[in-house]
Ligand binder design. Sequence first.
Ligand SMILES: Nc1ncnc2c1ncn2[C@@H]1O[C@H](COP(=O)(O)OP(=O)(O)OP(=O)(O)O)[C@@H](O)[C@H]1O
Length: 386
Amino acid sequence: MWENFEASDTNVHLSLPDAQCSSLASQRQKKSSFVKHTFAFSHVFDHTVQQEDIFDKAAKGIVQGFLDGFNGTIFAYGQTGSGKTHTVDGSAHRFGDRGLTPRAISMIYQDLEKRSSAQLEFLVHVSHMEIYQESGYDLLTRARSCHLTVTPFPKVTVTEGGHGECVFRNLSLHQAASEEVAQALLFHGQANRKVAETSMNAQSSRSHSVFSIQLTTKSKTNNTIVRSKLHLVDLAGSERVAKTGTQGRHLVEAKYINLSLHHLEGVIIALHTEGSNSTTSKHVPYRNSLLTMVLRDSIGGNCHTAMIATISMEAENLAETLSTCRFAQRVACITNVVRKNEEINDKVTIQRLRHRISELEAEVSGLKSNHTVSKPVLTNDILFMM
Ligand SMILES: Nc1ncnc2c1ncn2[C@@H]1O[C@H](COP(=O)(O)OP(=O)(O)OP(=O)(O)O)[C@@H](O)[C@H]1O
């Protein structure tokens, strides 16, 4: 913690040297040469926080919504080395250090077990994709499990479907019938992710990771299918390459990471401007990068979304901390319109209607033979069924 930084449960205050007051005279009046920036968030956690607290306050509601049929996204954003992967995935050293994703998986299966009944059928599928240098790769592809590192992995392509939704090609979807299977798939994907040692982090993620869980709930009682998706996203960290002295391959990686985060910021700014002036519908540049295409629904779409901004409290990272807080503040102002993804099971509905028509036909022929047919009533009945 440093003198320019203060935080409460919901606020972060940063005091920064005022760029306008950099002359010697104004530097002497030290007090007036600092500008205080205040940011309000749902929760602010310090470095002593337990993973369980973060899950309870930032993720539990979204996972509950997912179980109830609403899409959800939790994503971590921040400077390299500030704790995104630690928050999303956690550390393998202590069970209590499990991150948001393994905790979300546990909560999902515990809840499904409680809801289990003869009238409900649950199907859980997972996928795990990384975005590395603007290309998508499947972290759960079979080739990866054989450690065939020489073979180039097939790229995942993302296109837009008829309703603006993302359509993934070459991304494997794995059914996970139990928590153990889902946790093993997560572990497998994490192990395949690209990491490297950098000046800021011994295990720096060089790609964005999107772990997705899809839940399909079929109800036999009311004949509905509810589908929901939960994305847990660990973004690669932004980095000021001139400051960190990154070179070679890591420099190329850092440029791609910074560019995709820049495009993400472009989307946030466009949505922010659109929200503040709802009379004009502005173009939102989702198509500028693979990351923004994948997060399209999560940001400004049909999804409950929580962003976790990780920041450094070191004085030397002040500029990066300010930039992360500003970004998070903009994201917090975006409103998503969320709806439950419920459909009537067409097949069963058609079967039931056919059955009902047969019943009515039988009734009609019975009435005809008794000469007591009452056409208007039957017509209304059939119209009502349609
Ligand atoms: N709350 C925490 N408690 C203990 N260790 C932490 C915490 N947050 C981060 N760390 C440690 O700090 C280091 C950097 O964290 P992490 O890898 O999560 O950063 P990152 O933001 O994901 O970085 P990058 O963008 O480079 O991947 C790791 O060794 C991690 O274990």
